[in-house]
Design a protein around this ligand. Sequence first.
Ligand code: NOJ
Length: 551
Amino acid sequence: MTQRDTWWKTAVVYQIYPRSFADANGDGLGDLAGITSRAAYLQALGVDAVWLSPFYPSALADGGYDVDDYRDVDPRIGSLADFDAMTATLHAAGLKVIVDIVPNHSSNRHRWFQEALAAGPGSAARERYIFRDGKGPHGDEPPTDWRAAFGGSTWTRVPDGQWYFHLFAPEQPDWNWDHPDVHQEFLDTIRFWSDRGVDGFRIDVAHALAKDLTEPLPTAAELAHIPAGPGHPFYDRDEVDAIYREWRQVFDQYDPPRCAVGEAWVDDPQRRGRYARPDLLGQAFNFDLLRANFAAAEFHDSVTQNLAVARQSGSSSTWVLSNHDVVRHASRYGLPLAPRGDGAFPPPTLRRDTAWLLTGGTNPPEDTALGLRRAKAATQFILGLPGSAYVYQGEELGLREVAALDAADRQDPTFFRSEGTDVGRDGCRVPLPWTDHGPGLGFGEATPHLPQPEWFKDYAVTREEADPAAPLAFYRQALHLRRDLLHSVTDEDFTWLDAPAGVLAYARGAWQVWTNFGETPADLPDGQILLASGPVGKTLPGATTVLLSAA
Ligand code: NOJ
């Protein structure tokens, strides 16, 4: 295997949420032509690849993760020709393209779900999904009392009386992965996009495809005590391996082989490592830092554990601080420390039902300056680690969560299905500010589909490009230095260094990364400071990272 085949093992991947990135046709919704128009920005940033959240035809019941057709583009945001043009432009700019595959569920508008509804109970068409008769004398009670991820039941009744299963919203019926047609649909999909030149895939809810829903089924109370794994009806069953082994054969038919990263919210790192094996997906997201406070012990444990798992699975780790599902890290770190996560989902620092969000960002108050200092320090810390790193659109601007959004503007099904007790994920999905004026702050001509707050203009790309002290300049330098670093070290080069309490330090060859997670300034070793996330003198101030050349 050459670097050409394994680029993804050390890549920095920039996540684009297409409908909120750049709106070229001025309808308020970001589009593929918008992404194409920003290729130079992405190239200058210094990332290696972009990952696009779903851009497929969708009624947007779940931000596009309700897919009507896996092999087309939502006409509101482009066409297959626009996709090809975008891929060609990104490739020409030296950027790889990763697309999102959503294989746990389709949308309720997918042709096969519509066919299943029309065909009726007992039909072959219903076998592609998970339909059951209801309980109770009239079958009007759902087969189980399980709760779906966004709230409400996991079962929805159709007019003829049967119920279908959905782990997420009712508009997202789960596929039956015991059905050969479902296997074929996704093999065709992977080939379709690979043939169009995509370099890799991000696999949504990768751990839930294989299910065993044979009776008797546990109650919701019993289910809560069944660990994910072989004994769980749908999370992390062993049979999921066979699905990815089949996909791997397709990935490996391409030159270079297509890469894949699984979104598997599996707490046990050993189990999670399975998804990353070379004969399966090759890489799995490590979300541990999404659950961690800005605290030395939590970061230390996460790094040690995940590097060990990566070694065992023959893969490389991934490092993620923000994505389209969680509160942006510049805001998380500006809030009081949460009790340390116990591994339960959702973890405290990630919760969107905290008082802070429910009060529109007023209680407790967010310390925005501290949040940004910590966010930059944490980013620089992860960018030096072995493995690959993910950057979520806008974090390079230091963007914060938009906590205050009117109920009428919200889109996330979590908000509606929890009846507002969880405000949902819209606050990290507000369209990017490209300039500091105009109706969409340069996002597009029209009012954006999620309103930008007044303070967004302070984070505008044009303003930051003119300010060498802005987060954007820092990200660019950090990403370019990372490329230099990778020329001189391998993933094996990593050693923890002795450091005072509250400080973490590691060496990669002749380079050292020092992060002060506490408040008390710490001594620094001799060496040349190549980049610092904030002002540094002879000592390392709190909430600051430096990259040193010790040679
Ligand atoms: C995980 C995705 O990241 C999230 O946005 C989506 O709502 C669920 N999977 C369901 O597809």
